[in-house]
Design a protein around this ligand. Structure first.
Ligand code: PEP
Ligand code: MN
Length: 337
């Protein structure tokens, strides 16, 4: 249930509603907008009579939401959420590009790649230290040593950094080094992990599961938000379909659908969607044209020697070209880069 307060409702009237609901054992999530406050009520709301709250002072409307997600919904928060990571805003006017290798391999690779993507205009550096590999025999990541390299390369280039967390036990250590924690496609419905990330006070990049519906994806975000962490970035990375030429199928429509259903920022990851570098740039351009708030792109200083996802990693020169193209497309959709 969502309670929409009147525009500029006095603070005591808001507090009165919150106190009444908390007193009855409900979780109340408050969203304070520039002129309107909205309260998201979580719990056994079927036991509540909306009319009772409609009569409270300062209340404009009580809405029973039919969607199973509440806090991630635009009804709860009409304005866009702007997520902040080390001074970089995701979901605001500027389109934000995150780039870097699939996995952190060594110092040369991380620093070379970081310098090249930073020079081209990427604001956030990516690199996996814990890798969800399909085969147990494939390289599993450098762990904490990798995180140290990622942080150092990010600092040298004045970038925020993002890396994937695979299990609860890694969270605490990762918080020392990263600005954004990524939840990978394979973990989108790891509900224990999502709940634990609800307790964290750093942004979460939540990738879409490879066969997740948009509703399941928003419910995964709801797990994190209901724990109190509202800083979530959704990332469309392709879904599994009957098509086999590309690694996955990029669901371009998910971007405008999410922009309508949710206030959370949405970015596109064409690298994991298409799986081959010759198709990454056109899909990246399409994602921005469709209204994405940013991109996640795999770039490697020497992709032919990459330990992981080399065939889908852009050469630095290709990434620079993509950024030049974005400088033309981004203003056309009313944003800046
Ligand atoms: C990645 O970002 O390297 C990754 C493993 O992505 P996904 O979870 O989307 O497959
Ligand atoms: Mn990858």
């Amino acid at each position: 249930m969502i309670i929409v307060m009147q525009k500029h409702a006095p603070e005591p009237s808001i507090e009165h509603v919150v106190a009444e609901l908390s007193g009855r054992g409900f979780d109340v999530h408050r969203s304070t907008g520039s002129d309107q406050t909205v309260l998201g009520i979580v719990g056994r709301v079927d036991t509540l009579d909306p009319r009772e709250f409609e009569l409270f002072e300062g209340v404009q409307e009580v809405v029973r939401v039919s969607e199973p997600y509440k806090l991630t919904s635009r009804t709860f928060r009409p304005e866009n959420t702007v997520v902040k990571a080390r001074g970089v805003e995701i979901g605001g006017d500027k389109v934000v590009v995150m780039a870097g290798p699939c996995t952190i391999e060594n110092e040369t690779q991380m620093f070379e790649t970081a310098r090249r993507v930073a020079r081209a205009g990427a604001r956030i550096l990516r690199g996996g230290a814990y890798k969800p590999r399909t085969s147990p025999y494939a390289f599993q990541g450098m762990g904490v040593e990798g995180l140290k390299l990622l942080r150092a390369a990010g600092d040298e280039n004045n970038m925020a950094v993002v890396s994937e967390v695979m299990e609860i036990s890694q969270i605490e250590k990762m918080l020392e080094y990263v600005d954004i924690l990524q939840v990978g496609a394979r973990n989108m419905q790891n509900f224990n992990l999502l709940s634990a990330l609800g307790q964290v006070r750093k942004p979460i990049l939540l990738k879409r599961g490879m066969s997740a519906t948009i509703q399941e994806w928003l419910l995964a975000a709801e797990y994190i938000m209901s724990g109190g962490n509202y800083e979530i970035i959704l990332c469309e990375r392709g879904i599994r379909t009957f098509e086999t030429i590309t690694r996955n199928t990029f669901d371009i429509a998910a971007i405008p659908v999410l922009n309508k259903l949710s206030h959370l920022p949405v970015i596109g990851d064409p690298s994991h969607a298409v799986g081959r570098r010759d198709k990454v740039m056109p899909v990246a351009r399409a994602a921005i044209a469709a209204g994405a708030d940013g991109l996640l792109i795999e770039v490697h200083h020497d992709p032919d020697k990459a330990v992981c996802d080399g065939p889908q990693s852009l050469y630095p020169d290709q990434f620079t070209k993509l950024m030049d193209e974005l400088r033309i497309i981004v203003p056309a959709v009313g944003r800046s880069l």
